[in-house]
Design a binder for this molecule. Structure first.
Ligand code: ADP
Ligand code: MG
Length: 343
């Protein structure tokens, strides 16, 4: 008898889940990204007991037809890329086709969806070892609801790492805020244990955007922030940077987006830090919400399963552009100061 066996689909998914499903907040990130990729203009998130008992994400996006539902739950199945070339310039937040399969292997998940035209909704769930989805008719307007119950009920080792309800809820809140800052055009609603936590209406003009930012980062940040919007040789940097006088003791208000995706990157942190270098006291940290837009073909987002990291094709150019743009923006608001020239 052979010693080597194929893993059951469920076990394979649970192993993959180890990388992307660390805690309730990671589930919310994946579900919200799916809603945004589906073109939703309104996303409602409902949480019970810090997400361990229940997480429900409901959107009014494009929805899925009956035939697509079981596929959505299988691993390596995606509607977002079809060939290698597509990976070169991903325009969606998701593309790995793993999130729903991973989440459903470590929870009790139902996916209810209505693709619109035909008018009928279906619900899929998969729990067994082979993860074959069960389908039944349901009632749902156009869009999708994903319900995740009893996270890690079958992986006690993971469950042990969960923190208090409050801590898990704070992480969920962070994820929602981070996404809400990347999509001003979407209405985000969050409820915890039946109580309203956030309702961020869609923001279209500058004033409404700044109101959302004040809700998320606090009014003090907004009052001390300058708006910038700089474009050069195919690169665009826009957003809000706090005046040096609004520096913080921790690096806890630093939000950076590359083509709409929140990322953490050493090169970015370094460039920003350098731009603030002469105007910040040692040990203080700048606060900012910044958006970098560039040709998707010049940035690789497939670096890590959580997609928090990116790789730029031309590090030097991006670093220089960030440094110069921020240096200029900061110099403009402090004309009396002797800032050394960026050039
Ligand atoms: P990925 O997002 O990487 O494609 P997922 O496992 O997150 O992989 O989702 C699998 C597929 O299920 C998606 O490609 C999409 O077609 C579909 N899907 C998931 N969530 C939604 C949603 N909220 N609305 C519409 N389609 C969805
Ligand atoms: Mg996804």
């Amino acid at each position: 008898m052979s010693k080597i066996k194929l893993l059951s689909p469920r076990l394979a998914n649970q192993i993959a889940a180890g990388e992307v499903v660390e805690r309730p907040a990671s589930v919310i990130k994946e579900l919200l990204e799916n809603s945004l990729d589906a073109g939703a203009s309104r996303v409602e998130v409902e949480i019970e007991a810090g997400g361990v008992k229940l997480m429900r994400v409901r959107d009014n996006g494009s929805g899925l037809g009956k035939d697509d539902l079981p596929l959505a739950l299988s691993r390596h199945a995606t509607s977002k890329i079809y060939e290698l070339d597509d990976l070169e310039a991903v325009g969606t937040l998701g593309f790995r086709g793993e999130a729903l399969a991973s989440i459903s292997s470590v929870s009790r998940l139902t996916l209810t969806s209505n693709a619109g035209d035909a008018g009928d909704a279906w619900q899929a769930s998969a729990e067994g070892r082979d993860m074959v989805a069960e389908l039944k008719p349901a009632a749902h307007p156009r869009g999708t609801t994903v319900e995740v119950r009893d996270l890690f009920f079958n992986t006690p080792a993971r469950r042990k790492f969960l923190r208090t309800e409050k801590t898990e809820m704070n992480r969920i809140d962070d994820v929602i805020k981070r996404l809400a800052m990347s999509r001003f055009d979407v209405n985000f609603v969050l409820r915890h244990n039946g109580k309203a936590i956030h309702n961020l209406p869609a923001a279209s003009n500058q004033h409404e955007k700044e109101r959302r930012l004040a809700q998320i980062c606090g009014p003090a940040f907004m009052e001390n922030a300058v708006h910038l919007d700089i474009e050069r040789s195919g690169l665009r940097l826009w957003g809000w940077v706090a005046l040096p006088s609004f520096s913080r003791s921790q690096a806890d208000m630093q939000h950076f987006y590359v083509n709409g995706r929140a990322i953490r990157d050493k090169l970015v942190t370094h460039a920003v830090r350098q731009a603030y270098q002469d105007v910040l006291y040692h040990g203080r940290h700048p606060a900012y919400v910044l958006y970098l837009e560039l040709d998707p073909a010049t940035v690789d987002v497939n670096v890590h399963p959580t997609k928090h990291e990116v790789r730029f094709r031309d590090n030097r150019m991006v670093h220089d552009f960030l440094f110069r743009s921020l240096h200029r923006a900061l110099a403009e608001v402090r004309p009396d100061d002797q800032l050394p020239s960026a050039d």
